[in-house]
Design a protein around this ligand. Structure first.
Ligand code: IVH
Length: 753
């Protein structure tokens, strides 16, 4: 027996070595030495041996490449150094700005050129791979940059990833970073076969790569034609052992058997970079993989360190992106969609067009002003692009192709959902439905917002429940939630006894939510979590908000014409001129040419009560701006808040909350300000499959915070389907209907911008 083992061990080691050698010849060096059939025979022999003696399967055995037992979930990997993203430039002048900033920071002399490396910007998925003593031990996704997912088993199946480094001299621990991708030809072939078999196809190679590597069953990944190029050293146990330039490091990585794109180049100065960009752009179509730009990196590692990073991007590198792809298609109709705060967003319905890697059939036109500015009409042929390669937008019409019967787009005169009057707040571009909670669409969205995790956090109040509650008129305003009965909930579709009971519990316990959450949940236009919390701390109770006067938020204006700058000038001036008093104040101000007019100076004197009082003031006390009494609440928000609490329909809702004993202040820290622009207003999203970086609910909230409507089923109205791992019928439906599909990486990228 023991003799058998010894022999088996010797043969297994021999086979492993031989197969690994052939792997390198084939995948890295493109110089196979034996036929596929011979390779397979050796492979099978090894596999059988390892099956009989599992202890013989070494950490770099090529049999590992067929994948392992499916995982229940991915472990988290904390990156030793954050995985950064890149800043972007879009033209020669932005590139030269980048170069100028680099030169300024490094303090190089005029005329001296910076040494850069130019590399293709691969359009795949970033990975980090760790080699310990030359053995591949871990691979991880980028995740949020700080931590990613452990995808070791999947990355092992990628044939061009060496399981053991070649040569010698590698540091005991070496982390390399690069991009996993599916080569274009392999992608096409994969889709063709999948199509024939009636299986799921992928929208673009990037989705294919991302979808394949994030499978819990690495045996499936093993059959996906993935490839990889490494583009950086992430870190090592001893960086001083490594070359001092990025380019020499790339050469060294290649010597160790790591696949490096051969399309990179050493460059001197900005002009070289521009030329390199142009040559790569010209050869883009011939490349066997997809790229979306060129990355430029300062070559000297010490210069990289000196430059450091800002936010999540290094100052020593930038991505020169190819222009967003634009295609023409027909504008079929305009839909006006109603958002949570009633904002009406025109959305162009397009003849489906494949642009920027996805099929686009809806594109936002943001607001009526945009419609007018772009002068698009129904029937027009329009240019469409994916801005930042993510949100599709209509660029403009092709005027020479305008049909005679092209229809001018008119703003609706009433709300398309509830027919309430539309209002335009002076100074705002959006038009809003004035229906508030009367408008079923606003009601649904307001209710969903109220129940959302960051507001009242009512577990189980999903989209479908909200729809039914509103459609069946069981809930007209958020306070009605608290009168719902078990019997009423049991009437709803898809609600089992247990979930009805759970939902009631969740509603009940939401009564204890802090005042800040409750105010946030009210959905006052523009009031995000941080502002809501500030209002809560300032007013302390719902009662005080009901008796709030306009002056409480907007103190009587001080002296007109005193902005931040003139207020500061005045303060400085008074500090320098101790002899100024009430008698000579106005003349002194005028003579000092502070750009403060005589009547303004006189008004200042009256308002402040005199120069002595004025000398005690800071610029902020004088300036008519910054007068908010509540941190962060400026004029516009103050107006929104005052109007909200002045409306009877809101007052009665708030009164109901008070009667229920809700809104007691509690110190709760809110995560972050969601008082941000709503770039997704009017867009309909569907989430399907499982996401790894966040739960679907979290993704939903993030999208909703940006104005999107997130629904449960895919239809022609859907703008974007976010498909996580093992997405099923919703994804197929989306693909059938030509709806835009994002994978998780696209979602993350969008959210991060
Ligand atoms: S360098 C600190 N080089 O682009 C430098 N990134 O926006 C960060 N990418 O997630 C990366 N090709 O996945 C670098 N040659 C290349 C790249 C590249 C593609 C991706 C990378 C990263 C994203 C940054």
């Amino acid at each position: 027996m023991s003799q058998a083992i010894t022999e088996a061990a010797a043969r297994a080691a021999e086979l492993q070595q031989e197969l690994n050698h052939h792997n390198t010849q084939y995948h890295q060096l493109d110089a196979p030495l034996i036929s596929d059939a011979d390779y397979d025979a050796l492979f099978r022999e090894l596999r059988d041996l390892e099956l009989a003696f599992p202890e013989l399967q070494s950490a770099d055995s090529p049999t590992l490449r067929v994948g392992a037992q499916p995982l229940a979930g991915f472990d988290t990997v904390v990156h030793t150094r954050p995985m950064l993203s890149l800043s972007n430039v879009f033209d020669a002048s932005e590139l030269s700005d980048f170069d100028r900033r680099v030169r300024e920071r490094l303090g190089v002399t005029v005329g001296e050129k910076i040494a850069y490396v130019g590399e293709p910007k691969l359009d795949g998925l970033a990975v980090s791979i760790v080699y310990r003593d030359g053995l591949m031990v871990q691979a991880a996704t980028r995740g949020d940059g700080e931590q990613g997912e452990d995808i070791t088993a999947n990355v092992r199946t990628v044939k061009s990833v060496p399981l053991r480094l070649m040569g010698s001299g590698w540091p005991a621990e070496l982390e390399v970073r690069g991009e996993l991708f599916m080569p274009s030809a392999a992608f096409n072939a994969f889709n063709e076969t999948a199509e024939k078999r009636g299986e799921k196809t992928f929208v673009n190679p990037r989705n294919a790569a991302a979808g394949s590597v994030r499978l819990l069953d690495s045996r499936i990944t093993a059959n996906r034609p993935l490839d990889i190029f490494l583009y950086a050293v992430g870190g090592s146990s001893d960086d001083s052992q490594l070359p001092v330039t990025h380019s020499d490091r790339l050469d060294l990585l290649q010597q160790w058997g790591l696949p490096i794109s051969n399309a990179w180049s050493r460059l001197q100065g900005c002009d070289d970079c521009q030329k390199f960009y142009e040559s790569v752009a010209a050869s883009r179509a011939q490349l066997p993989y997809e790229i979306d730009g060129v990355v430029f990196k300062v070559d000297a590692i010490d210069a990289q360190q000196q430059l450091g990073q800002v936010a999540r991007a290094p100052r020593w590198a930038t991505a020169y992106k190819f222009p967003a792809e634009e295609k023409t298609t027909k504008l079929l109709a305009i839909d006006f969609q109603v958002g949570r705060t009633g904002a009406i967003t025109p959305v162009a319905k397009l003849e489906p067009v494949f642009v920027g890697g996805v099929t686009v059939s809806n594109a936002t036109l943001h607001n009526m002003q945009e419609v007018v500015r772009k002068d698009v009409r129904v029937g027009d042929t329009v240019w469409v692009r994916r801005a930042g390669d993510v949100i599709p937008e209509v660029v403009g019409p092709l005027l020479d192709q305008r049909p005679v019967d092209a229809l001018k787009i008119e703003a609706p005169s009433v709300c398309p959902v509830c027919e309430s009057a539309l209002v335009q707040v002076p100074g705002e571009v959006v038009i809003r439905c004035s229906g508030g909670f009367v408008c079923p669409e606003q009601r649904k969205q307001a209710l969903a917002h109220f129940a959302s995790r960051r507001a009242m956090d009512i577990d189980g109040m999903g989209e479908q429940i909200v729809e039914q509650l509103v459609d069946r008129d069981l809930v007209r305003s958020p306070s009605d939630l608290y009168t719902l009965t078990y019997e009423q909930l049991m009437q709803l579709d898809l609600v089992a006894e247990k979930s009805a009971a759970n939902l009631l519990d969740a509603i009940e316990s939401s009564k204890g939510a802090s005042l800040g959450r409750l105010i946030f949940g009210l959905g006052i236009p523009g009031v995000g979590e941080v502002n809501a919390q500030a209002l809560a701390s300032h007013f302390g109770s719902l009662d005080s908000l009901l008796i709030m006067r306009r002056e409480d938020l907007m103190p009587a204006p001080r002296v007109a014409g005193m902005g931040t700058v003139s207020a500061q000038r005045l303060v400085d001036f008074l500090a320098e001129q101790p002899e100024i008093d009430d008698a000579n104040f106005v003349t002194a101000i005028v003579e000092a040419k502070l750009r403060i007019k005589a009547d303004t100076a006189a008004a200042l004197l009256r308002w402040s009560g005199g120069v002595t009082a004025m000398r005690q003031m800071a610029a902020d006390d004088i300036c008519t701006k910054n007068t908010a009494t509540v941190e962060g609440i400026g004029d516009v928000l103050a107006e929104n808040v005052v109007q909200f609490f002045a409306a009877d329909r809101h007052r009665s809702v708030v009164q109901s909350f008070i009667n229920l004993g809700m809104g007691a202040e509690a110190a709760v820290s809110l995560l972050s300000d969601t008082d941000m622009p709503q770039p997704l207003a009017g867009q309909i999203f569907v989430l399907t499959g499982s996401l790894s970086e966040m739960t679907r609910d979290e993704a939903k909230e993030k999208l909703q915070a940006l104005g999107a409507k997130v629904t449960g089923s895919v239809s022609a109205k859907t703008d974007v389907v976010v498909a996580g791992v093992s997405a099923g019928s919703k994804l197929s439906k989306a693909e059938k209907l030509g709806v835009t599909v994002w994978d998780e990486a696209a979602l993350l990228e969008f959210l991060s911008t």
